[in-house]
Design a protein around this ligand. Structure first.
Ligand code: GTR
Length: 326
């Protein structure tokens, strides 16, 4: 009897699922490197619910989480080709493609997460979103990526001197390679999905990331020293393939843009909660957290990085505008 009941319930659920999915005329496929339940994944799913409701089922989103569609650099290309409809990625992997994304990716450019929000919610953020249109993409919204700090498998890092000669994975962006070199360490750009095994096998000593990624990737299991030097506050971005966007009516395009904007506050709230949960989890696992760190030498060491990247008057103006944002 119980078995029959359960079977009945399962069948009903799957019928409901099929009709929910098939009720959508267009299901947009969205990529994310993070697992189910991660704030970026949930925020895009919520955006999908908004779309379905606001378009009477004309549009839905299916999030392919856990890098099911590939690592970020590859999925960006596929989104440019229109093979993937939407993508939630860090701005980092865009640095070598879209020059303006370099500015918010500079080390220590933002004074705090609040400062980053004010800048990215304002005219500088809009300029950057607009820049995606020259690259077969539509920039929809910025999400949070917290602050990134170094972690490694070898020893507690308390100063720049401790970093000397160590090997760190960075995202695939030249800025981050130069940032690590300027700190006297060696950078290895590689996809996120290869970091765990590379630390485990000693190919690299460590990497750098925020609390939720350090936790959800399991990197804390193989790199048990985390130094909160907070060198980067890199925003994340939600983009759409221009090819997919152009297929929509102007009305639906507006609905997509608005739903993306509305998903930002959902994401920020989830992010704040998740940062605490991840910090607690990592601390409970016995990771050594180094908080007593003087950031001034790290900031001073970044002068050559700014000199190399902030060369055109356009980018110099953008840096000045960010610094002037209160
Ligand atoms: C995470 C970010 C991902 C990815 C990853 C990485 O913080 O959310 O989009 O960029 O870092 O380091 O590759």
């Amino acid at each position: 009897m119980n078995y029959v009941k359960t079977l009945g319930a399962t069948l009903l659920a799957s019928v409901a699922f099929i009709s929910a999915v098939s009720a959508c005329e267009v299901t947009l496929r969205s990529s994310d490197t993070h697992p189910e339940g991660y704030p970026t994944v949930v925020a895009v799913q919520k955006m999908g619910e908004m779309l379905e409701e606001r378009t009477d089922g004309r549009l839905c989103i299916e999030v392919f989480h856990s890098a099911q569609l590939g690592q970020e650099k590859d999925t960006i290309e596929q989104t440019q080709f229109g093979v993937i409809d939407m993508n939630r990625v860090s701005l980092g992997p865009f640095n070598n493609i879209i020059e303006k994304t370099q500015v918010p990716s500079l080390p220590f450019i933002f004074r705090s997460v609040d400062h980053m929000h004010k800048v990215m919610d304002g005219p500088v953020g809009q300029q950057i979103l607009d820049a995606f249109s020259d690259h077969d993409l539509v920039g929809l919204a910025f999400y949070d990526g917290g602050s990134r700090s170094f972690y490694n498998s070898q020893k507690p890092i308390r100063s720049i001197e401790d970093l000397a000669g160590m090997k760190f994975r960075v995202m695939q962006s030249d800025i981050f390679v130069d940032m690590v070199s300027a700190l006297g360490a060696n950078a290895t750009p590689m996809p996120y999905g290869e970091v765990y095994s590379s630390i485990q096998t000693g190919v690299i000593d460590g990497a750098e990331n925020n609390w939720p990624s350090y936790d959800s990737s399991g990197h804390f299991e193989v790199a048990g020293y985390y130094t909160l030097n907070e060198h980067l506050i890199v925003p994340e971005v939600l983009v759409m393939a221009k090819a997919s966007f152009d297929k929509l009516s102007p009305e639906d395009q507006d609905i997509v843009r608005q739903a993306a904007r509305d998903s930002v506050s959902v994401m920020r709230e989830l992010w704040q909660e998740r940062e605490k949960v991840s910090e607690d989890r990592v601390r409970a696992a016995g990771v050594e957290i180094i908080t007593d760190i003087d950031k001034t030498p790290f900031i001073e060491a970044m002068v050559p990085v700014y000199q190399k990247y902030v060369t055109s008057p356009k980018l110099q103006q953008m840096v000045a505008d960010i610094q002037a944002t209160e």
